[in-house]
Design a protein around this ligand. Structure first.
Ligand SMILES: *Cc1c(COP(=O)(O)O)cnc(C)c1O
Length: 375
């Protein structure tokens, strides 16, 4: 499974290796569900919800269909609708913005702190209006956003906080896991996330019993009792097969995140002192989950091509900021979000994952340094 140091392509992420490491346990879990004859809203989901709530140090968890739905149902549970505004990062995966639109509200972008790439708390107040209902920080690339000042602003202005934790399974803020710092926390189990299933999946965690009850109702046609529909709900459930797989993988998440931490440490050491490479800055008091290792280089595109020629696969998160995407460009004159626009030009994600060998990391590091010195 480990890459030979001199040859062969180094893949960005090897999902098959993740399956193979846990094959016996996963095959057993899948067979158990198939044999049970019960495929939705059953024992596996209930058990996973308990286990994931415990893992995230939150009181409640509700499984949903995917991460986007986790965000949409959360916004609806918080009473967000037409006419409302939600503070979102200018640099995020477009799902964060789409969720706000799907709830009928308007995303109001705020720029990140360069190097940290999370919502800059000092820029939030200027973006608030009487219509603002929610602040929606994203724990981008696996590093928690600076939640203390964000929660402070929310208290001061009577706002709710919804965290997009799709990239932050296992991360900690102030010693406590991401899971219930804000009012609601939305998760994705898309296959490539730190905790991923074999298809789509998601969840919402919270300490609030009223909010989790609303999410459970919204995810199941707006119904608490069959054929009794209290609100206009969604069909947005985490199925038994995915829940059973996630229960297996959750037991290994800390070990796998530990490997990500080691890889990040090797990259940081390998690139230290190289002025041409902007490295991720970790703020005090957080433990990132290192979903991605993103470097910031002005010569991003030629570097990416040179790495590809050397057999190193990289990705770009994200090449188009949401406000410049076709989907949002026509809504309104947004003005400029120069930090997000610049990041889209200079960010490069290096191979990262629990099955990337030390030899492969060394080869990536060496390839980046060689390629940069010859550009
Ligand atoms: C992956 C992701 C989502 C969406 O999750 P899906 O399960 O793919 O719907 C939302 N926000 C962020 C930041 C993500 O990375």
């Amino acid at each position: 499974m480990s890459e030979p140091s001199g040859s062969g392509t180094i893949r960005f992420l090897d999902l098959r290796a993740s399956y193979l490491e846990l094959k016996e346990e996963i095959d057993e879990a899948v067979a158990r569900v198939l044999q049970s004859g019960w495929y939705l809203l059953g024992k596996e989901l209930e058990a996973f919800e308990c286990e994931f709530a415990a893992y995230t140090e939150s009181r409640h968890c509700a499984g949903v269909a995917n991460g986007l739905e986790g965000l949409v149902l959360s916004l609806k549970a918080l009473g967000v609708g037409p006419g409302d505004e939600v503070i979102v990062p200018s640099n995020t995966y477009i799902a964060t913005w789409l969720a706000v639109s799907q709830a009928g509200a308007t995303p109001v972008p705020v720029e990140p702190i360069p190097g940290v790439w999370n919502l800059d708390p000092d820029r939030i107040e200027a973006a608030l209006t009487p219509r603002t209902k929610v602040i929606l920080p994203v724990h981008l690339y696996g590093q928690p956003a600076d939640l203390a000042p964000i929660l402070g602003l929310a208290r001061k202005h009577g706002l709710r906080v919804l965290e997009d934790a799709a990239q932050a399974h296992g991360a900690r803020y102030g010693g406590k896991r991401i899971g219930a710092h804000g009012d609601l926390v939305s998760w994705s189990f898309y296959p490539g996330k730190n905790l991923g299933c074999f298809g789509d999946g998601g969840a919402v965690t919270t300490d609030d019993p009223v909010l989790v009850d609303r999410i459970r109702t919204l995810r199941n046609y707006g119904s608490r009792v069959k054929y009794q529909n209290d609100i206009k709900g969604h069909n947005s459930r985490l199925d038994e097969l995915q829940a059973a797989v996630l229960r297996v993988k959750l037991k290994h998440l800390d070990t796998w995140n530990g490997r990500r931490v080691s890889i990040a440490k090797r990259y940081l050491e390998g690139f230290a002192g190289h002025a041409a490479i902007g490295l991720p800055k970790v703020i005090a008091g957080v433990a990132p989950a290192w979903h991605l290792f993103v470097i910031d280089v002005p010569s991003r595109d030629p570097l990416r091509a040179a790495l590809e020629a050397r057999g190193v696969e990289t990705l770009i998160h994200y090449p188009v900021p949401p406000h410049l995407s076709e989907a949002f460009a026509h809504d309104q004159a947004w003005g400029e979000f120069s930090i997000a626009e610049q990041a889209a030009q200079t960010h490069l994600s290096l191979p990262m994952g629990p099955h990337l060998s030390a030899e492969a990391v060394a080869r990536v590091t060496e390839s980046v340094l060689r390629a940069l010195s010859s550009l």
